[in-house]
Design a binder for this molecule. Structure first.
Ligand code: FAD
Length: 404
């Protein structure tokens, strides 16, 4: 018998938290979302949604709106400073109809937010949760002013990669900061990069990387890699150096770079490599980046969070008590999140680190791997979010869609 009508609290109104809230409210649970911002708002750069994330949006009835607002992405193409290909992967290898979607985070946020409000979820804003206390089998969230929220039968921690609650509630968790992060901005696609439908990257060694992701029919998100030391909030960004280096690395993108630097609207991002000893402690469950944050090198974080949300609703529907639902959730989400966390961690230094040899090695090996009979399909399934491990892949259906 399915678990129905639980009192559920979700901390964090981000991608994972909002999707989970809508799924759980649809299933008949009474859901409250607790968010620290006064006005819930998106944080972060444009996103690449994989067939996996698109399948979750389809299940929420949001995929058509996402497709019309975003930019279709058919593959990933990276070159080095000498214009030699480094990465060249196409979703079409998996299925002629398969693709990814570049989307502005604000658009994805609005879609999920309207869906959440329409699902009857109770939204509590301007409330920073700093602790959780147990009351028998239930959990109470405590905010920064001492307010108590709950008790909840299930309390979901979805407060992102830099989660404070993770430190507090799971001291054995590890979440070291990656030594490199990035700045990003979204600009007009005046040079029609979006017309080719590719996420494009340009790299020089492992210390210089720029990305251009089409995120709307006429918009691009530009990423520029920087060491964490250069991203400290109190330091001004050295945009003159960024401009000079970016123009050297990618002269053909000159007008886009000039425009982005002149607009001076860059945001900063750092990432963590998050590993938890387990997903839940009794009724307190971690999901999204709070549970498995990675570097964005593989473009999977939001997709994994969306899949978490769907898996949680499904696990609750299949179990007849909460411990069993938590077990089912961990079985479903453990293998793919472990795989993507590890592979992102393995690959990131080849693109973002001070280790100069790693860039050389990448330029020698990756182009061949992208064309090799066994490696290419493996790499394409990694990109599309289909891996459950080194030897297990989820299939696409007859129409090239991911099957939830
Ligand atoms: C530069 C960059 C590029 C990326 N590109 C991609 C990509 O192409 N594809 C992809 O899939 N992923 C990408 N990601 C990763 C993606 O952004 C994350 O995986 C995703 O946003 C995680 O969602 P989340 O809901 O777990 O956390 P978040 O979206 O971070 O949401 C957490 C929410 O919790 C709230 N909160 C925090 N602390 C508290 C508290 N104490 N109390 C109450 N509320 C709190 C926050 O305000 C926020 O609303 C990228 C990340 C970065 C940094």
């Amino acid at each position: 018998m399915a678990l129905r009508s639980l009192e559920v609290g979700i901390m964090g109104c981000g991608v994972a938290g909002q999707a989970a809230a809508s799924f759980l409210a649809d299933s008949g649970h009474r859901v409250s979302v607790l968010e620290r911002f006064r006005e819930p708002r998106p944080v972060g750069a444009g996103l690449l949604l994989q067939p996996t994330g698109l399948a979750v949006l389809r299940a929420l009835g949001l995929v058509e709106a996402a497709l019309s607002a975003g930019a279709r992405i058919d593959g990933l193409f990276g070159e080095n400073q000498k214009r030699r290909p480094v990465l060249d992967l196409a979703y079409g290898d998996l299925h002629p109809e398969a693709f990814g979607l570049g989307i502005r985070r604000s658009v994805l946020f609005d879609l999920l937010h309207h869906r959440l409000l329409a699902s009857g979820v109770r939204l509590v804003t301007d409330t920073e949760i700093i602790d959780v206390v147990r009351e028998g089998a239930r959990a109470i969230a405590v905010d920064a002013l001492g307010g108590r929220h709950g008790p909840f039968d299930l309390l979901v921690v979805a407060d992102g990669a830099h989660s404070l609650l993770r430190e507090r509630l799971m001291p054995a968790a590890r979440a070291p900061l990656y030594p490199w992060g990035c700045i990003w901005t979204t600009v007009d696609d005046s040079q029609a990069f979006g017309a080719v439908g590719l996420l494009r990257q340009r790299v020089a060694g492992s210390t210089m990387m720029m990305g251009l992701l089409p995120v709307a029919p006429d918009k691009l998100t530009m990423f520029w890699s920087l060491p964490v030391a250069d991203l400290a909030a109190h330091l001004p960004l050295d945009l003159d150096t960024v401009r000079d280096e970016a123009l050297w690395l990618w002269p053909e993108a000159g007008p886009t770079i000039e425009y982005a630097v002149a607009a001076d609207d860059f945001s900063r991002a750092t990432y963590r490599h998050v590993a938890l000893p387990r997903w839940n402690d009794g009724p307190v469950l971690f999901m999204g980046d709070a549970a498995h944050g990675t570097s964005p090198q593989l473009g999977q974080g939001a997709n994994l969070g969306l899949l978490d949300a769907h898996a949680l609703a499904r696990s609750l529907a299949e179990a007849d008590d909460l411990p069993r639902a938590m077990e089912l959730f961990a079985q479903r989400r453990g293998p793919p999140t472990r795989f993507y966390r590890r592979v992102s961690h393995l690959l990131t230094p080849f693109f973002q680190s001070d280790g100069h040899l790693l860039g050389v090695l990448r330029d020698l090996v990756m182009p061949h791997a992208c064309q090799a009979p066994l490696a290419r399909p493996m790499m394409t399934t990694v990109l599309a979010g289909l891996r459950r491990g080194w030897f297990a892949t989820d299939p696409l259906d007859a129409e090239g869609r991911y099957l939830l």
